[in-house]
Design a protein. Structure first.
Length: 431
């Protein structure tokens, strides 16, 4: 399930003619929430890359491709699966022994504008369950580089089904929100401030007497921890997905090494990359003292890196033409704002219940290292109310999805353990 946020993002883009939206920029005409005959939930929408259909009963997510009037294919299915829309129903074939006729589920959403620090405005969507007023509410915080509301799909529909009010918003500097999201401008603290603004809006709007929490994905999990530590009266619980424990730069180091391995780097090349990263992530480079030595070290390392095959997997190529003095200035801000953030002390200040879900096969976040840091930090909470559960999901990746099947390329299947654990934990909030 694209946790960070869209059940396995396929990072494919398309270029539109001026003035005309690309096909992928337009949600399907039947976008919304649907109900299977057996009561199962289906979400149709558009994430940050394409239209999708998520069937929570089978835990499968497909990319949707138009095939004709009212007809769409569920890409990657073997045998082929199709969706055809004839209002007011949606029919699926190929996902069950017989055709499934789905009925629309009424969804209540409201568009909001939140005011954050520095005259930043956050464009948001509030999702509300039908029927009784929600007792609990949660705001979702983004993975790094995936700051639009669409990247958080399909979680809002799933969480509303659990009876929660859900707030999603475009991160500062993305979508329809103002501000600047570049890490040398806005770091963990600024994004955590935005999370607190979202939590306060939920408390005022829909849950004045109930628990309000934050659910963070990837680097958004570290942001959520910082927000909860600094505003425990506003953040009553945390759900952390694929992140939140330890130092952020270790996640980046883990990601780059795995990216290099996927690109076919040899063992010696990976060792060389690791040695470079050990120098590049040395805190002594980014202190206010030792400027001349830092510049000399960086200049040597950057010149060496440009000649290596592993250079492409680092964060360096966009800064290739930048003078080393300017590069150090920018990197120093990124280090202080994001990379050096360690959640250890903040975890000890979190007061409400905490659920952390990690994927055993995560190639972006080091699951074992993160789990140890989370358990160690949460144990420091002095008399904290509530409970903490840190769970590493076997065979799951960064998105908590199972390994892809060769006979169904492109179809993502979220692990049942992840969804079942999340549902049970949310229900236990009521006890």
């Amino acid at each position: 399930m694209s946790v960070a946020v869209s059940l396995g993002l396929l990072l494919a883009g398309s270029v539109a003619l001026a003035g005309a939206p690309a096909v992928d920029d337009v949600p399907p005409p039947f976008a919304g929430v649907w109900r299977r005959p057996d009561g199962g939930l289906v979400r149709v929408g558009k994430d940050s890359s394409s239209a999708f259909l998520m069937d929570f009963s089978s835990r499968r997510r497909w990319r949707l491709e138009p095939r004709g009037e009212g007809l769409w294919s569920l890409e990657g299915s073997r045998p082929a699966a199709l969706a055809w829309w004839r209002a007011p129903t949606l029919t699926l074939s190929g996902v069950a022994p017989g055709a499934l006729v789905l009925e629309p589920v009424p969804v209540r959403t409201e568009e909001l504008t939140l005011r954050a620090a520095g005259d930043v405005t956050l464009s948001a969507t509030l999702w509300l369950p039908t029927g009784e007023a929600p007792r609990y509410a949660v705001a979702l915080l983004h993975e790094a580089g995936q700051g639009t509301r669409e990247s958080l799909e399909p979680y809002p529909a799933f969480l509303v089904e659990q009876g929660l009010a859900v707030l999603t918003f475009d991160a500062r500097g993305t979508g329809r929100s103002t501000g600047d999201s570049q890490p040398w401008v806005s770091g963990v603290r600024e994004l955590a401030d935005d999370g607190v603004v979202a939590a306060r809006a939920l408390r005022e709007r829909v849950a004045p007497g109930g628990a309000v929490g934050l659910m963070g994905f990837g680097q958004g999990a570290w942001t959520a921890v910082n927000a909860a530590a600094r505003a425990p009266e506003d953040v009553g619980f945390l759900v952390l997905v694929s992140g939140g424990g330890g130092v952020v730069w270790k996640q980046e180091q883990h990601r780059m090494r795995n990216d290099g391995r996927r690109r076919g780097l040899t063992g010696p090349e990976l060792v060389d990359l690791t040695e470079f990263l050990d120098v590049f992530y040395d805190a002594r480079l980014y202190t206010d003292e030792g400027q001349a030595r830092a510049l000399k070290t960086l200049d040597f390392q950057l010149q060496r890196a440009k000649r290596k095959r592993w250079y492409a997997v680092t964060a360096l190529p966009p800064f290739k033409g930048l003078p080393v003095e300017r590069f150090l200035e920018v990197q120093r801000k990124v280090w202080r704002n994001v990379l050096s953030y360690d959640s250890a002390e903040d975890l000890g200040r979190v007061r409400g219940p905490v659920l952390a879900l990690l994927g055993e096969r995560d190639e972006t976040t080091p699951a074992a290292l993160t789990a140890r840091a989370l358990n160690r930090g949460l144990k420091l909470r002095p008399g904290a109310p509530g409970r903490a559960l840190v769970k590493v999901i076997p065979r799951a990746d960064h998105w908590l999805a199972e390994p892809a099947r060769e006979d169904q390329p492109g179809v993502e299947v979220v692990t049942s353990d992840a969804l079942d654990t999340l549902s049970a934990w949310l229900r236990a909030l009521e006890r």
